[in-house]
Design a protein around this ligand. Structure first.
Ligand code: ARG
Length: 459
């Protein structure tokens, strides 16, 4: 493509380090769409003949069907997707193909292709995240009243409902989707027509190509346009945070399904056996989701480091932008699918959860609240009195609701029989009616709100 100035071909190692076709071939659809938009615009502006523009468009359609049909031969010697497509176009339509690259460079080309690819990928991820939210919300509705131990420091804290726990993740994923949407909005400008770095002397209609490709507008500075990869960094930042969220739920599933807690069962669909220990049911899918966080955050680090200190405008370092992004976003997609599958699959052991929720004096706060409410005791005093009652129950080896009233009255004589009404885990969760609280009534309403919202989104 640049033979004019060169007397001999590249060294084999040069070719090896230079080629990006092994991964940028995934941009073929976007590359062809951008070339078609460019050729159409060149034709309309009279920069190339209308006949040539038409031939180019038809030839590009043929290239597309060859790639999709699996008959296209990608050549490493042609370095990247842009030159592979153009070279095949030349085979197909002859010299007219040479007019396609008028007023264009691979620098604005790759920036355009990659933005388009990112936009498509964000849309796919967003749809998958919506599906994940749906699975979580359905589980939440089903288990709005299923009591489980709520933990802080991994220690039994207060009873909560399993539905409430599921909905916590729906909120996280909603913020994740907001971050992807935000990145998408900002990336949706067309670099096409920025050429190598300085713009071009041809009378382009950049609004036309922007519109044809579904961009909101053309980018305003050609230097920035060819050297910007913020969209990749932003998308990977959103992906990293999402993967952190997924890894937290993965970790919880691992804890819940461990025989040490036995709170949740996964079916055979999402567990594996051991080659030596016949009793094992390992939560491999959850562990892999937790593990994939490493490569996703790694890719974010990778691109930040590639871009750090790069002078304007394009530099070949930037070719290192794609592999990590593609790998990370496909790992994320797989992780979302696996988590959606596991959430749908999992079955909480309700009796076991309820029992665990009552262990560790989980309703102690309810007792303190009772003292505040029924005898107007300041909360700090109520906390102290409750602490003494808990200590007594613990010394006798009984849960709070089994401690005789007389034993409580030894510590606080004003306590009456009605104290027992607040000590059960069911009563405890039912009382948490504050907005955003874990009461089954709240959880049901929130789960329904989410399911309605997600349904509306689809329409
Ligand atoms: N394969 C290159 C990339 O991915 C395309 C741009 C090449 N530009 C250049 N000036 N060599 O970045």
């Amino acid at each position: 493509m640049w033979g004019g100035r060169f007397a001999s071909g590249p060294d084999a190692i040069m070719e090896e380090i230079n080629a990006s076709i092994d991964f940028d071939r995934h941009l073929y659809r976007q590359d062809i769409a951008a070339s078609k938009a460019h050729a159409g615009m060149l034709g309309k502006q009279g920069i190339i003949a209308a006949d040539d523009a038409k031939m180019i468009a038809q030839g590009l359609d043929t290239v597309l069907s060859e790639i999709e049909g699996g008959t296209f031969e990608f050549k490493r010697a042609l370095e990247d997707i842009h030159m592979n497509v153009e070279s095949r176009l030349t085979d197909l339509i002859g010299p007219a193909a040479g007019r396609l690259h008028t007023a264009r460079s691979r620098n604005d080309q790759v920036a355009t292709d990659f933005r388009l690819w990112m936009r498509d990928t964000i849309d796919t991820i967003d749809a998958a995240l919506a599906g994940f939210q749906r699975a979580l919300s359905e589980k939440a509705l089903e288990h709005a009243g299923t009591v489980m131990p709520g933990l802080t420091h991994l220690q039994t804290a207060q009873p909560i409902t399993f539905g409430h726990h599921m909905l916590a993740y729906v909120e996280m994923i909603s913020r994740d989707r907001g971050r992807f949407a935000d990145a998408r909005k900002r990336l949706n400008e067309s670099p096409l027509g920025s050429a190598a770095l300085a713009g071009t002397s041809f009378d382009l209609d950049r609004d036309m190509t922007a519109k044809a490709l579904g961009f909101d507008r053309p980018t305003a500075n050609s230097l920035d346009a060819v050297s910007d990869r913020d969209f990749a960094m932003e998308t990977l930042a959103a992906a990293s945070i999402t993967s952190v969220h997924l890894s937290r739920l993965a970790e919880e599933i691992i804890i819940w399904t461990s025989p040490l807690t036995n709170l949740v069962k996964l079916t055979d669909k999402f567990t594996t056996g051991s080659s030596i220990m016949p009793q094992k049911r390992n939560p491999d899918a959850a562990e892999l989701v937790r593990g994939k966080t490493g490569r996703i955050i790694g890719a974010l680090n990778g691109i930040l480091i590639v871009m750090k200190g790069l002078p304007l405008a394009y530099a070949k370092d930037m070719q290192e932008d794609k592999e990590g992004v593609m790998d990370a976003l496909s790992a994320l997609s797989l992780s979302i699918a696996a988590m959606t599958g596991m959430v749908t699959d999992l079955v909480p052991d309700a009796p076991r959860m309820k029992k665990a929720a009552g262990e560790g004096y989980a309703t102690a706060t309810d007792l303190a609240d009772f003292l505040v409410r029924s005898m107007k005791m300041p909360f700090r005093d109520a906390h102290h009195v409750t602490g003494r009652i808990v200590a007594k129950a613990s010394a006798l080896g009984v849960p709070l609701h089994r401690l005789p009233l007389a034993a409580m009255q030894e510590i606080e004589p004003r306590i009456g029989e009605d104290v027992f009404s607040v000590l059960s885990v069911d009563r405890s969760v039912k009382s948490r009616l504050s907005y955003g609280g874990t009461a089954p009534k709240n959880v049901k309403a929130q789960a329904k709100r989410w399911l309605r919202k997600l349904e509306k989104e689809k329409a």
